[in-house]
Design a protein. Structure first.
Ligand SMILES: NC(=O)c1ccc[n+]([C@@H]2O[C@H](COP(=O)([O-])OP(=O)(O)OC[C@H]3O[C@@H](n4cnc5c(N)ncnc54)[C@H](O)[C@@H]3O)[C@@H](O)[C@H]2O)c1
Length: 252
């Protein structure tokens, strides 16, 4: 039996990049997947269906309560329940590197709104559906930048630091309801958005590679095993934790 057979999983920010890889991996393990994004997630759903998986696409801005409520309603009406939520949506690839004193007010605010508030908003909409069944898995996507203190993207790094803290505190609030809340902290990954957006350099990738025990660039597929594990019953007694997936750059 597949590891997520009969489960229902929502993955935010899964139209492209690492989120799309998460959605495909969860579907390959038997989950019915809601592929949600502010962009059209149709192509990810087509790929899942072509591999005999089950998925629906929902356009949803994680900062918009009405859109979140509509996504939850559609999920429950089509699939009947919610077992897992992967809070992957974030502003990352489109952020250009700059000194902290040069970050415009509006850009700082939007990063906090999407990367922190978005996780809070979607989680609080999903938890009642998990609580009623006394089962659920929430996996938040943090980043090793928050552990390393990566310079030139202070708003992003601060937002991912908040995710590390939020994961611990949220886990304590929902543990009695048998809901686990964990985080993955990926190192630098070659993702669609990063490559297409151009906010990267060989030097940045090479510095990351050289800092690792496993000296190569990370691909989205390197992240998916952790997401599947933390979304599954194999992780039933793990909560409030952050798993670093970075080829051994940070022994955490
Ligand atoms: N690529 C990396 O090196 C890396 C490293 C560590 C952590 N991460 C994290 O992994 C996740 C995915 O990263 P990625 O590289 O694929 O980034 P990305 O920017 O390409 O993807 C993020 C996805 O979120 C979506 N999104 C943005 N705003 C949204 C909103 N308001 N509502 C719904 N969806 C929204 C985007 O459309 C996109 O599909 C992010 O949380 C990122 O912070 C990435």
């Amino acid at each position: 039996m597949a590891r997520l057979e009969n489960d229902v999983a929502i993955v935010t920010g899964s139209a492209r990049g690492i989120g799309a890889a998460y959605a495909k991996a969860l579907a390959a393990e038997g989950a019915k997947v809601v592929v949600a994004d502010i962009l059209d997630p149709g192509s990810t759903v087509e790929e899942i269906k072509a591999a005999d998986g089950t998925a629906i696409s929902i356009v949803c801005d994680v900062t918009d309560n009405a859109a979140i409520d509509a996504m939850i309603s559609q999920t429950v009406s089509e699939f009947g329940k919610i077992d897992a939520l992967v809070n992957n949506a974030a502003l990352f690839a489109e952020i250009s590197h700059k000194k902290f004193e040069d970050i415009p007010d509006g850009e700082w605010a939007r990063v906090m709104q999407v990367n922190i508030e978005g996780v809070w908003r979607v989680s609080k909409a999903v938890v009642p559906h998990m609580r009623v069944r006394q089962y659920g898995k929430i996996v938040n996507v943090a980043s090793t930048t928050a552990l390393k203190g990566t310079p030139m993207m202070l708003h992003y790094v601060s937002s991912k630091g908040a995710i590390l803290a939020m994961t611990k505190a949220m886990a304590r609030e929902v543990g009695e309801d048998n809901i686990c809340v964990n985080a993955i902290a990926p190192g630098l990954v070659v993702s669609d958005g990063l490559v297409e957006g151009g906010n990267w350099s060989d030097e940045w990738f090479d510095n990351n590679t050289n800092s690792r025990a496993i000296k190569r660039r990370a691909m989205p597929e390197d992240m998916v095993g952790t997401i599947v594990f933390l979304s599954s019953r194999e992780a039933n007694f793990i909560t409030g934790q952050t798993m670093v997936v970075d080829g051994g750059s940070i022994p955490h």
